[in-house]
Design a protein around this ligand. Structure first.
Ligand SMILES: Cc1cc2nc3c(=O)[nH]c(=O)nc-3n(C[C@H](O)[C@H](O)[C@H](O)COP(=O)(O)OP(=O)(O)OC[C@H]3O[C@@H](n4cnc5c(N)ncnc54)[C@H](O)[C@@H]3O)c2cc1C
Ligand code: FES
Length: 258
C-alpha cells in the first residue's frame, strides 16, 4: 500500500464536543487506498516546539471528494496546535500507516466497540463493512454524555448501544456491561472490533474470551516514527515483540499476551 508524505490543506475544523475536534483535509489529486483502522502521523507545518508527528486514526475518507477526516482529542501541545489550524492552513501528514481492521474476518454481523475518542476509526470501518454487505452494530462507552461523539452520524449507519460511567446517557456502567455482551446476545455476532483505552479493551476481551468469536483490538501505544524504525511502540505477543505501528495497530487478542 503506497504511503504518502504531504502538506494537506485544511478544509474545516469543527468542535464536536468539549476538547474534541473533527478536522477535514483535502488529499488534492492523491488517490490513497485506505483500510479502516489505519492511522496517519500528523504535525503542523509551522513548528510549535513539537518535532515529532502524532499518530491519529483515519476517521473517514471520501475518495470521490478527496476528503480525509480526523477526530482528535485536544490533550497536549501537538493535538491542540493541530486543532487550531483553520481552513487553508497546511497539515504535515504521513499516511496511511499500520494494518487496519481485517474486513475479511469481520463476518456478516460484527460488533464495533468504541470507548471515548476510540470511536474515531469505527466510522470508516462501519461504512466499509456496510458496503461489503455486512450489518455492523455499534456499542459506545464514555465517561459522560458530553463525551459521546458523533452518535447521530453513527446511528444513521447502524444500531448504536450506549453506556456512560455516570448514567447520563444509555446504561450506567462500562461498555462491557451492555447486555450485548451476555453469552446469548454475543453469540449472534460474527466478530468484535474494538478501539479505546486499554482497560476498556481488556474488559471487552474478557467478555468475548469465553466465546469462539474473534476479538480485534486497535492498540494505542506511544509512537515516535510510526514507520517501524525507532522500536518505541513494541508490544509483547505470542510471536515475540511486534511493532504496533507496522505490525498493528490492530491485533487479534488471541495473539496478545493479555
Ligand atoms: C495508532 C494510534 C491512533 C490514535 N488515534 C487517535 C485519534 O484518532 N484521535 C485522538 O484524539 N487520539 C488518537 N491517538 C492518541 C494521540 O496520538 C495522542 O493523544 C497524541 O499523541 C497526544 O499528543 P499531544 O502532544 O497533544 O499530547 P502529549 O503532551 O504528548 O500528551 C498528553 C497526554 O496524552 C498521553 N499520550 C500521548 N500520546 C499517547 C498515546 N499514543 N496513547 C495514549 N496516551 C498518550 C500522554 O502520556 C499525556 O498524558 C492515537 C494513538 C495511536 C497510537
Ligand atoms: S513508532 Fe517507531 S517503530 Fe513504531
Amino acid at each position: 500500500m503506497t504511503k504518502y508524505r504531504a502538506d494537506l490543506t485544511v478544509l474545516s475544523s469543527t468542535d464536536v464536543a468539549q476538547d474534541f475536534t473533527l478536522l477535514r483535509v483535502s488529499t488534492h489529486d492523491i488517490d490513497p487506498v485506505i483500510a479502516p483502522g489505519q492511522f496517519a502521523e500528523l504535525r503542523t507545518v509551522t513548528p510549535t516546539g513539537n518535532l515529532l508527528r502524532r499518530p491519529i486514526s483515519i476517521h473517514d475518507y471520501d475518495p470521490k471528494a478527496h476528503v480525509l477526516s480526523f477526530l482528535i482529542r485536544r490533550v497536549g501541545d501537538a493535538t491542540k496546535a493541530i486543532c487550531r489550524l483553520r481552513p487553508g492552513d497546511k497539515l504535515d501528514t504521513v499516511f496511511p500507516l499500520g494494518n487496519g481492521f481485517p474486513l475479511d474476518k469481520a463476518g456478516n454481523r460484527p460488533l464495533l466497540v468504541g470507548g471515548g475518542v476510540g470511536v474515531a476509526p469505527l466510522m470508516l470501518l462501519a461504512k466499509q463493512l456496510i458496503s461489503c454487505g455486512a450489518s455492523p452494530v455499534c456499542a459506545f462507552g464514555a465517561k459522560t454524555e458530553s463525551e459521546l461523539l458523533l452518535i447521530d452520524e453513527f446511528s444513521r449507519l447502524c444500531p448504536v448501544h450506549i453506556s456512560t460511567d455516570d448514567g447520563s446517557k444509555g446504561i450506567k456502567g462500562f461498555v462491557s456491561d451492555l447486555p450485548l455482551f451476555s453469552p446469548s446476545e454475543l453469540s449472534s455476532f460474527s466478530s468484535v472490533m474494538v478501539c479505546g483505552p486499554t482497560p476498556m479493551m481488556k474488559a471487552v476481551n474478557n467478555r468475548v474470551a469465553s466465546s469462539s468469536i474473534d476479538c480485534f483490538v486497535s492498540l494505542e501505544t506511544m509512537m515516535a516514527c510510526g514507520i517501524g524504525v525507532c522500536l518505541c511502540c513494541v508490544t509483547d505477543t505470542q510471536e515475540g515483540n511486534l511493532r504496533v505501528c507496522t505490525d498493528g495497530p490492530v491485533f487479534n487478542t488471541k495473539s496478545l499476551k493479555w
